[in-house]
Design a protein around this ligand. Sequence first.
Ligand code: EPZ
Length: 418
Amino acid sequence: MPQYQIAYSPRLSGEVAVSTAKNAVLPILAAALLTQEEILLHQMPRLTDVDHMLDLLRACGADAVKEGRDVRVRSVAVGSPRESALLRTMRASVLVLGPLLARTGECVLSMPGGCAIGQRPIDLHVKGLQKLGAKVEQEGGVVRAAGALRGANVYLDFPSVGATENLIMAATLTRGVTRIENAAKEPEIADLCHFLTAMGARIAGAGTANIIVEGVESLHGAEYTPIPDRIEAGTLACAAALTEGSVLLEGARTDHMRALLFKLSESGVICQEDARGLRLRGKARHPMEARTLSYPGFPTDMQAPLMAVATQTHGLSVFLETIFENRYMHVVELKRLGAQIRVEGQLALIQGGHGLSGAHVTATDLRAAAALMLAGLAAQGQTLLSDPAGHLMRGYEGLEEKLSALGADVKKTEAPPA
Ligand code: EPZ
């Protein structure tokens, strides 16, 4: 069981490279099912979520091979994945639904479970695919989708990232024109569209709320490098802001991080775009207000890491989580470190300026784990972060190594199995 020993670590300094984005790589890997030609992806991040997605592609009949940081996928003959625990544990498994339906005319998929942060239903995915002509049944935790798809106009009641990605992928091989209105605009969706276009898809409006896909007979292979991870970069930026650091995040795309950078700047951090990425200097001092929204609003994935920063500003910060119904589980653990936080429904009131003291804390989800590691950097003494589910390794490529490279006193150890 992975655990991390974190000691008080003021003034991080130096430079680290930002990894390729987990939330771009996962849908792009699913899109590899849309062609029987070879897909070659570069700069793959070393994440267990990526390994799990490769296992899922293999379970669908694809050949998927890692060669250093390259991944090659060839999906000559594919079909629904065999039942596995992986399908129930990895949320992103739902992303093979659209590609398999478009490629083979059917898909039977064990429903991905909810997770700590919320129910994570897939009703918007299902409703959109039904609009494209699929017959979709859900029973006993299994989704069965089948049918010849045809282009249609789809309106998403909520700009769901996953539903937008599934519908775009399904539409690329669907006869006719598909319009997706109120689509999610996250950079990872624009990146998926760029990758699909490299495969020969015909897509307009990538990254906007109105996406138009003209179906084609088939897609060909492609070679591609996905975008940098704006959430990893944001997490590292929060570590700098918390410790009055001076760091360079090499490869960071500041144009994907505007909401976070405005918050950190308002709080007193000097954020500078640099030819090599993003430079940050100084400490977050002033309290913040953050309301999580779909892109380009403040990202829900940054809510927990920024809350760690808010605990050390001088005054009352107010956060409102509007995307997930249960995304404050890091609060109980932050309070074990001495943070003064009160949760009222979807509101969190963070009374900053109280010093933190090391304690034993437990990761409840991916971004909570990151927030607790950051808080440990500002806590006097030693903090032990237990991560029994291995959340951190799912979504961050060696976060402890990158923080250590910036001077943080963070060590990963293996605790004896519970
Ligand atoms: C993606 O999840 C990301 N995951 C999440 O990152 C991210 O937090 C989320 O988008 C929002 O930005 C990946 O890209 C792999 P949604 P996704 O569909 O697609 C509700 C991380 O930490 N909803 O936009 O599942 C849903 O319950 C992860 O890297 C429905 O009600 O997010 C949630 O409340 C966590 N019905 C909200 O919409 C649906 O059919 C946002 O979900 C679909 C979603």
